[in-house]
Design a protein around this ligand. Structure first.
Ligand SMILES: Cc1cc2nc3c(=O)[nH]c(=O)nc-3n(C[C@H](O)[C@H](O)[C@H](O)COP(=O)(O)OP(=O)(O)OC[C@H]3O[C@@H](n4cnc5c(N)ncnc54)[C@H](O)[C@@H]3O)c2cc1C
Length: 492
């Protein structure tokens, strides 16, 4: 039996583990943490539970495909709870709550500004068309420039608009900035500004408006917990608290790796740990060619996130997802990507899952998480100095916009700063959405799932093709596992 070692039990590593087990391999996952999930793991502080990272789950068909190709049915293991309306978006003088029902959002837009409902329908149809063209491209490997000649790519090219940003594209449909921001803030899921993210990513908001957003009881981290349980039940080996230290490489092939406990050998190695971190820390530089250390250091990385996990002695009536926009949103986004240390007029997100999920806090208590997208660690900002101030700023903004003062009910506060993401989660520069999704770092320019610099190394996760975000990461696992032949078929 061929043996595969996966480094990291994030969503990418766990999905790849299930898919490769189903193909008949002996699969070992090595995770440095005591829990699975990585940036998506469960956090427990006292009696309060939180998702450490992802809270927006969209486009279930890709996760369904991962389960199906692993010989299971998603619905038998995970209960997805739809969120409606999708979110409450708080602007300076306007609150918008778009729906996953097209007619409801049409009426919402039309009531706010005559003609905008029609513009919404035009945008929706254009995105549907674009999505149908682009999805086939993202579902396949994209190893080199010749792949631009593939029929699916040639068909999709007219809708790619590579030199326009998400904002530019939406500006062609809407005149009111709030509508544009309501359909473009999703660029932040990629850790990018909508003024810089390539226009191809307007399909992110379409996925929400078309297919909805979902919560999982206990938090999205439960997807990882379930996957790890199924992985073990199906015969996989999960090594928790086991940090991979260094790959021993000979003639372009990994021979073995060291952990804090032992030395392991295998036939193939799948790296789920953050790509840039892994190449800079686990692979000696003489073994890297295309993605050498110099290039990795020069590449562009996403923004980071200042997280505040708050336990409260009250359940609040906020929506599940809430976004508080800065007064000057464009300026805020430009600050994020220029490593500015100006922390005035920041935008942030509030997750209020306890309203629909009683498993996260004691009775009549709640767990709220606040996420402020901030520059990555290139900014040099010392978050120990600023984090408390930022919590105060967020509580004040929530109070101004909603008349609700959550600060009076706070029982417990825990922070994760950009430096924590770097040091505790092994994420290069604390750039939590990995390599930036600029056009020059996508498709064949992004590290490919069958990593060319080292023959028996494969990649899975947000830093590889096709990109960051849960559905895309699950897709990367499908692509990576596609490189492995099915040993079960061979035996027949
Ligand atoms: C705050 C935040 C909010 C987010 N929100 C969303 C969202 O709403 N929706 C969405 O779709 N996506 C979101 N994301 C993005 C993305 O989905 C998650 O970051 C996801 O967890 C990334 O998965 P991954 O498999 O690529 O990597 P990770 O989750 O980082 O997994 C990598 C694993 O490798 C382990 N590891 C690292 N180094 C070693 C080593 N040397 N030895 C052994 N193990 C190692 C790590 O401990 C980790 O468990 C968010 C991310 C963050 C941080």
């Amino acid at each position: 039996m061929s043996k595969i070692c996966i480094i990291g039990a994030g969503p990418g590593g766990l999905s790849a583990g299930l898919l490769l087990l189903e193909k008949g391999y002996e699969v070992h996952i090595f995770e440095k943490d005591s829990l699975v999930g990585g940036r998506s793991k469960k956090l427990t502080f006292g009696e309060y539970k939180f998702d450490s990272g992802p809270t927006f789950f969209m486009h279930p068909p890709i996760l369904e495909e991962v389960f199906e190709k692993s010989g299971m049915k998603l619905g038998d293991h995970i209960n997805l709870i739809p969120i409606e309306p999708l979110y409450d978006l708080y602007f300076e003088n306007l609150k918008i709550s778009p729906s996953s029902d097209k007619d409801t959002t049409y009426k919402l837009f039309e009531n706010i500004q005559e003609g905008s409902g029609e513009a919404y329908l035009k945008w929706y149809d254009a995105q549907q068309y674009k999505f149908n063209k682009i999805m086939p491209i993202l579902k396949k490997p994209f190893p080199n420039v010749l792949h631009f000649l593939r029929t699916d790519v040639l068909r999709g090219s007219p809708v790619l608009h590579p030199f326009q940003s998400v904002f530019d594209r939406l500006n062609k449909f809407f005149s009111k900035e709030e509508f544009i921001h309501s359909l473009s803030f999703q660029a932040k899921y990629l850790g990018m500004s909508s003024y810089e993210a390539p226009s191809v990513f307007t399909f992110l908001s379409f996925l929400e408006h078309n297919g909805g957003l979902y919560h999982v009881e206990g938090g999205l981290n439960n997807i990882n917990e379930k996957m790890s349980q199924l992985f073990k039940e199906k015969g996989g080996f999960l090594h928790l608290n086991t940090e991979v230290k260094n790959f021993k490489i000979k003639n372009k092939k990994i021979v073995s790796f060291e952990t804090n406990n032992d030395t392991f050998v295998a036939d193939y190695f799948v790296v789920n740990a953050d790509f840039a971190y892994a190449m800079l820390n686990l692979v000696d530089k003489e073994h890297l060619k295309k993605f050498n250390h110099r290039k990795i250091n020069k590449m562009k990385y996403s923004v980071s996130a200042l997280m505040v996990y708050v336990g409260l002695d009250k359940v609040f009536d906020f929506n599940h997802h809430n976004v508080f926009f800065s007064k000057d949103y464009e300026k805020y986004l430009r600050k994020l990507t220029s490593n500015s240390d100006d922390l005035n007029d920041m935008s942030f997100y509030m997750h209020n899952p306890s309203k629909i999920d009683s498993t996260l806090a004691p009775k009549n208590h709640s767990s709220i998480y606040l996420l402020m997208p901030v520059p990555n660690n290139d900014s040099g900002i010392d978050w120990e100095i600023h984090k408390e101030k930022m919590l105060k700023y967020m509580c004040n903004t929530i109070k101004t916009k909603t008349n609700i003062d959550i600060s009076k009910n706070i029982k417990q506060v825990n922070f994760t700063t950009p430096l924590d993401w770097q040091v505790k989660y092994n994420v290069h520069k604390g750039a939590v959405f990995s390599l930036s999704h600029r056009f020059d770092q996508m498709l064949h320019k992004r590290p490919q799932n069958n990593f060319k610099d080292i023959d028996n190394m494969y990649l899975v996760g947000g830093g590889t093709h096709p990109g960051s975000g849960l559905p895309t990461i699950y897709q990367s696992a499908l692509i990576t596992s596609g490189y492995f032949k099915n040993l079960k078929n061979e035996k027949k």
